[in-house]
Design a protein around this ligand. Structure first.
Ligand SMILES: [Zn+2]
Ligand SMILES: [Zn+2]
Length: 279
Protein backbone atom coordinates (compact mmCIF):
# COMPACT_ATOMS: atom_id res chain seq x y z
CA UNK A 1 0.00 0.00 0.00
CA UNK A 2 1.29 3.48 -0.88
CA UNK A 3 1.90 5.83 2.04
CA UNK A 4 -0.53 8.42 3.38
CA UNK A 5 1.24 11.79 3.49
CA UNK A 6 0.66 14.08 6.46
CA UNK A 7 1.83 17.60 5.65
CA UNK A 8 2.87 19.74 8.59
CA UNK A 9 5.19 22.61 9.50
CA UNK A 10 6.21 23.43 13.06
CA UNK A 11 5.27 27.10 12.57
CA UNK A 12 1.60 25.98 12.48
CA UNK A 13 1.84 25.13 16.18
CA UNK A 14 3.63 28.34 17.12
CA UNK A 15 2.17 31.27 15.22
CA UNK A 16 -0.91 30.00 13.45
CA UNK A 17 -3.54 32.50 12.32
CA UNK A 18 -6.26 30.57 14.12
CA UNK A 19 -6.25 31.51 17.82
CA UNK A 20 -2.79 32.97 17.31
CA UNK A 21 -0.96 29.79 17.90
CA UNK A 22 -2.68 27.45 20.31
CA UNK A 23 -4.92 25.32 18.10
CA UNK A 24 -2.13 22.92 17.12
CA UNK A 25 -0.27 23.15 20.44
CA UNK A 26 -0.30 19.34 20.82
CA UNK A 27 1.65 18.85 17.59
CA UNK A 28 4.05 17.47 16.50
CA UNK A 29 4.04 15.33 19.71
CA UNK A 30 0.52 14.06 18.88
CA UNK A 31 1.86 12.31 15.76
CA UNK A 32 3.33 9.62 18.06
CA UNK A 33 -0.06 7.88 17.91
CA UNK A 34 0.27 7.47 14.13
CA UNK A 35 3.76 5.97 14.13
CA UNK A 36 2.35 2.45 14.60
CA UNK A 37 1.13 2.64 10.99
CA UNK A 38 3.78 1.59 8.49
CA UNK A 39 2.19 3.71 5.77
CA UNK A 40 2.24 6.96 7.82
CA UNK A 41 4.61 9.50 6.30
CA UNK A 42 5.18 12.93 7.87
CA UNK A 43 6.21 15.52 5.28
CA UNK A 44 7.41 19.06 6.01
CA UNK A 45 5.47 21.72 4.09
CA UNK A 46 7.66 23.76 1.73
CA UNK A 47 6.94 27.44 0.98
CA UNK A 48 4.64 28.02 -1.97
CA UNK A 49 6.18 29.64 -5.05
CA UNK A 50 5.14 33.30 -5.44
CA UNK A 51 4.90 32.91 -9.23
CA UNK A 52 2.12 30.40 -8.62
CA UNK A 53 0.46 32.76 -6.12
CA UNK A 54 0.32 35.46 -8.81
CA UNK A 55 -1.44 33.08 -11.20
CA UNK A 56 -4.31 32.89 -8.71
CA UNK A 57 -4.21 36.14 -6.74
CA UNK A 58 -3.63 39.83 -7.52
CA UNK A 59 -0.34 41.43 -6.55
CA UNK A 60 -2.36 43.56 -4.09
CA UNK A 61 -3.42 40.42 -2.20
CA UNK A 62 0.15 39.11 -2.07
CA UNK A 63 1.33 42.46 -0.72
CA UNK A 64 -1.53 42.56 1.81
CA UNK A 65 -0.67 39.06 3.04
CA UNK A 66 3.00 40.09 3.39
CA UNK A 67 1.98 43.04 5.55
CA UNK A 68 -0.29 40.97 7.81
CA UNK A 69 1.62 39.31 10.68
CA UNK A 70 -1.30 36.87 11.19
CA UNK A 71 -0.50 35.45 7.73
CA UNK A 72 3.10 34.51 8.53
CA UNK A 73 2.32 30.80 8.07
CA UNK A 74 0.47 31.30 4.76
CA UNK A 75 3.39 30.33 2.49
CA UNK A 76 3.97 26.98 4.22
CA UNK A 77 0.23 26.34 4.58
CA UNK A 78 -0.42 26.66 0.85
CA UNK A 79 2.91 25.01 0.01
CA UNK A 80 1.84 21.82 1.76
CA UNK A 81 -1.43 21.60 -0.17
CA UNK A 82 0.41 22.23 -3.46
CA UNK A 83 3.00 19.52 -2.74
CA UNK A 84 0.31 17.10 -1.53
CA UNK A 85 -1.56 17.61 -4.82
CA UNK A 86 1.55 16.74 -6.83
CA UNK A 87 2.57 13.72 -4.76
CA UNK A 88 -0.92 12.22 -4.70
CA UNK A 89 -1.54 12.89 -8.40
CA UNK A 90 1.81 11.38 -9.40
CA UNK A 91 1.13 8.25 -7.35
CA UNK A 92 3.88 8.80 -4.76
CA UNK A 93 1.22 8.85 -2.04
CA UNK A 94 -2.11 7.11 -1.74
CA UNK A 95 -3.80 10.14 -0.16
CA UNK A 96 -2.88 13.08 2.03
CA UNK A 97 -3.86 15.23 5.00
CA UNK A 98 -2.65 18.85 5.15
CA UNK A 99 -2.32 20.78 8.40
CA UNK A 100 -2.33 24.54 7.96
CA UNK A 101 -1.50 27.64 9.97
CA UNK A 102 -3.60 29.99 7.83
CA UNK A 103 -6.79 28.98 6.01
CA UNK A 104 -7.62 29.21 2.31
CA UNK A 105 -11.29 29.15 1.37
CA UNK A 106 -12.05 32.82 2.15
CA UNK A 107 -9.19 34.03 -0.09
CA UNK A 108 -10.43 35.27 -3.48
CA UNK A 109 -8.54 37.01 -6.29
CA UNK A 110 -7.86 40.21 -4.37
CA UNK A 111 -9.50 39.84 -0.96
CA UNK A 112 -8.68 37.66 2.02
CA UNK A 113 -10.44 37.47 5.38
CA UNK A 114 -11.73 35.03 8.02
CA UNK A 115 -8.38 33.47 9.04
CA UNK A 116 -7.52 32.89 5.35
CA UNK A 117 -4.58 34.29 3.36
CA UNK A 118 -3.82 32.33 0.14
CA UNK A 119 -6.33 29.98 -1.46
CA UNK A 120 -4.48 26.72 -0.85
CA UNK A 121 -6.83 24.43 -2.82
CA UNK A 122 -7.02 26.67 -5.91
CA UNK A 123 -3.21 27.06 -5.86
CA UNK A 124 -2.91 23.27 -5.75
CA UNK A 125 -5.34 22.86 -8.67
CA UNK A 126 -3.53 25.54 -10.70
CA UNK A 127 -0.16 23.89 -10.10
CA UNK A 128 -1.45 20.49 -11.21
CA UNK A 129 -2.92 21.95 -14.39
CA UNK A 130 0.36 23.79 -15.12
CA UNK A 131 2.17 20.46 -14.91
CA UNK A 132 -0.33 17.91 -16.17
CA UNK A 133 -2.91 19.73 -18.32
CA UNK A 134 -6.62 20.36 -17.89
CA UNK A 135 -7.50 17.98 -15.07
CA UNK A 136 -10.89 17.78 -13.38
CA UNK A 137 -11.37 18.25 -9.65
CA UNK A 138 -14.09 17.87 -7.06
CA UNK A 139 -14.01 19.86 -3.83
CA UNK A 140 -16.16 19.08 -0.81
CA UNK A 141 -16.17 21.98 1.66
CA UNK A 142 -17.50 21.02 5.10
CA UNK A 143 -16.05 23.97 7.01
CA UNK A 144 -18.94 25.70 8.83
CA UNK A 145 -18.70 28.78 6.61
CA UNK A 146 -19.34 29.32 2.91
CA UNK A 147 -16.19 28.96 0.80
CA UNK A 148 -16.62 32.33 -0.88
CA UNK A 149 -13.03 32.80 -2.03
CA UNK A 150 -12.85 29.36 -3.65
CA UNK A 151 -16.24 29.92 -5.28
CA UNK A 152 -15.14 33.29 -6.71
CA UNK A 153 -11.90 31.90 -8.11
CA UNK A 154 -13.61 28.87 -9.68
CA UNK A 155 -16.82 30.56 -10.83
CA UNK A 156 -15.99 30.08 -14.53
CA UNK A 157 -14.27 26.73 -14.13
CA UNK A 158 -16.70 24.06 -15.29
CA UNK A 159 -13.97 21.43 -14.80
CA UNK A 160 -14.16 21.78 -11.03
CA UNK A 161 -17.11 20.64 -8.95
CA UNK A 162 -17.36 22.81 -5.82
CA UNK A 163 -19.82 21.37 -3.32
CA UNK A 164 -20.15 23.40 -0.14
CA UNK A 165 -22.25 22.62 2.92
CA UNK A 166 -22.93 25.97 4.56
CA UNK A 167 -25.75 28.33 5.51
CA UNK A 168 -27.59 28.52 2.17
CA UNK A 169 -28.84 26.58 -0.83
CA UNK A 170 -27.62 27.19 -4.39
CA UNK A 171 -27.13 25.32 -7.68
CA UNK A 172 -25.32 26.96 -10.62
CA UNK A 173 -26.69 26.62 -14.16
CA UNK A 174 -24.03 24.09 -15.14
CA UNK A 175 -24.52 22.27 -11.80
CA UNK A 176 -20.81 22.40 -10.89
CA UNK A 177 -21.22 24.91 -8.04
CA UNK A 178 -23.46 23.72 -5.23
CA UNK A 179 -24.36 24.95 -1.77
CA UNK A 180 -26.41 22.79 0.58
CA UNK A 181 -27.69 24.35 3.77
CA UNK A 182 -27.09 22.58 7.09
CA UNK A 183 -30.12 24.23 8.67
CA UNK A 184 -32.62 21.48 9.50
CA UNK A 185 -30.01 18.73 9.11
CA UNK A 186 -29.28 16.52 12.10
CA UNK A 187 -25.95 14.65 12.36
CA UNK A 188 -27.14 11.74 10.30
CA UNK A 189 -28.73 14.03 7.73
CA UNK A 190 -25.47 15.93 7.36
CA UNK A 191 -23.49 12.75 6.69
CA UNK A 192 -26.17 11.66 4.22
CA UNK A 193 -25.73 14.86 2.18
CA UNK A 194 -22.12 13.81 1.63
CA UNK A 195 -22.96 10.16 1.06
CA UNK A 196 -25.84 10.74 -1.30
CA UNK A 197 -25.76 14.19 -2.92
CA UNK A 198 -22.01 14.81 -3.11
CA UNK A 199 -21.02 11.25 -3.98
CA UNK A 200 -23.65 10.96 -6.72
CA UNK A 201 -22.55 14.22 -8.32
CA UNK A 202 -18.87 13.34 -8.05
CA UNK A 203 -19.42 9.92 -9.64
CA UNK A 204 -21.09 11.56 -12.59
CA UNK A 205 -18.49 14.34 -12.78
CA UNK A 206 -15.49 11.94 -12.78
CA UNK A 207 -12.75 14.11 -11.23
CA UNK A 208 -9.05 13.20 -11.41
CA UNK A 209 -8.57 14.12 -7.76
CA UNK A 210 -10.79 15.08 -4.80
CA UNK A 211 -10.12 17.73 -2.17
CA UNK A 212 -11.98 17.70 1.13
CA UNK A 213 -11.77 21.12 2.80
CA UNK A 214 -12.57 19.90 6.29
CA UNK A 215 -12.82 22.43 9.16
CA UNK A 216 -13.62 21.32 12.71
CA UNK A 217 -15.29 24.67 13.45
CA UNK A 218 -18.54 22.67 12.92
CA UNK A 219 -17.77 20.60 16.07
CA UNK A 220 -19.81 20.93 19.26
CA UNK A 221 -18.19 23.74 21.26
CA UNK A 222 -16.05 25.19 18.45
CA UNK A 223 -16.75 28.63 16.90
CA UNK A 224 -18.98 27.44 14.04
CA UNK A 225 -20.74 24.76 16.11
CA UNK A 226 -23.47 23.03 14.09
CA UNK A 227 -23.55 20.01 16.38
CA UNK A 228 -21.10 17.67 14.64
CA UNK A 229 -18.65 15.39 16.45
CA UNK A 230 -15.55 13.35 15.58
CA UNK A 231 -17.86 10.39 14.89
CA UNK A 232 -19.39 12.20 11.90
CA UNK A 233 -15.98 13.32 10.66
CA UNK A 234 -14.74 9.72 10.64
CA UNK A 235 -17.85 8.59 8.77
CA UNK A 236 -17.27 11.31 6.16
CA UNK A 237 -13.60 10.35 5.91
CA UNK A 238 -14.57 6.74 5.15
CA UNK A 239 -17.15 7.84 2.59
CA UNK A 240 -14.59 10.09 0.88
CA UNK A 241 -11.91 7.40 0.89
CA UNK A 242 -14.30 4.85 -0.62
CA UNK A 243 -15.47 7.38 -3.22
CA UNK A 244 -11.89 8.21 -4.24
CA UNK A 245 -11.15 4.49 -4.54
CA UNK A 246 -14.13 4.04 -6.82
CA UNK A 247 -13.67 7.03 -9.14
CA UNK A 248 -10.12 8.46 -9.09
CA UNK A 249 -7.45 5.95 -8.10
CA UNK A 250 -7.83 6.80 -4.39
CA UNK A 251 -6.57 10.35 -4.98
CA UNK A 252 -7.92 12.29 -1.98
CA UNK A 253 -6.47 15.27 -0.15
CA UNK A 254 -7.93 16.51 3.12
CA UNK A 255 -7.16 20.13 4.07
CA UNK A 256 -7.61 21.17 7.68
CA UNK A 257 -9.63 24.42 7.35
CA UNK A 258 -11.25 26.25 10.30
CA UNK A 259 -11.67 25.50 13.99
CA UNK A 260 -9.88 26.79 17.05
CA UNK A 261 -10.22 24.40 20.01
CA UNK A 262 -7.01 22.46 20.49
CA UNK A 263 -8.38 19.16 21.82
CA UNK A 264 -10.90 19.06 18.95
CA UNK A 265 -8.10 19.79 16.47
CA UNK A 266 -6.08 16.91 17.88
CA UNK A 267 -8.85 14.31 18.17
CA UNK A 268 -10.56 15.12 14.87
CA UNK A 269 -7.48 15.28 12.68
CA UNK A 270 -5.85 12.15 14.13
CA UNK A 271 -9.10 10.21 13.72
CA UNK A 272 -9.45 11.29 10.09
CA UNK A 273 -5.81 10.46 9.36
CA UNK A 274 -6.25 7.02 10.94
CA UNK A 275 -9.16 6.43 8.57
CA UNK A 276 -6.96 7.51 5.62
CA UNK A 277 -4.24 5.12 6.78
CA UNK A 278 -6.51 2.07 6.93
CA UNK A 279 -6.84 -0.18 3.86
ZN1 LIG B 1 -15.13 28.27 8.99
ZN1 LIG C 1 -21.37 27.45 0.53
Amino acid sequence: MLPTGVFYHESFSKRSYLTIGTRLQDFPAAFERLKQYENFRLIECPRVDEKLILQVHDLSLLEGVKRDPLCSTAWHSAGGVVLAGEMVYEGKLRNGFCYIGAGGHHAGRSNFWGYCCFNDVVLSITNLRNKFGMLKFAILDTDAHHGDGTRELLSNDSNTLHFCICGSNYVSKDKTKIDVSYWNLDREGYVNVVKESFCEMAKEFKPDLIYWYFGHDTHVGDYGDIGLTVKEYVKIAKIMKDLAKEICNERLIVVLGGGSVSYIAKESTLAIIEELLKP
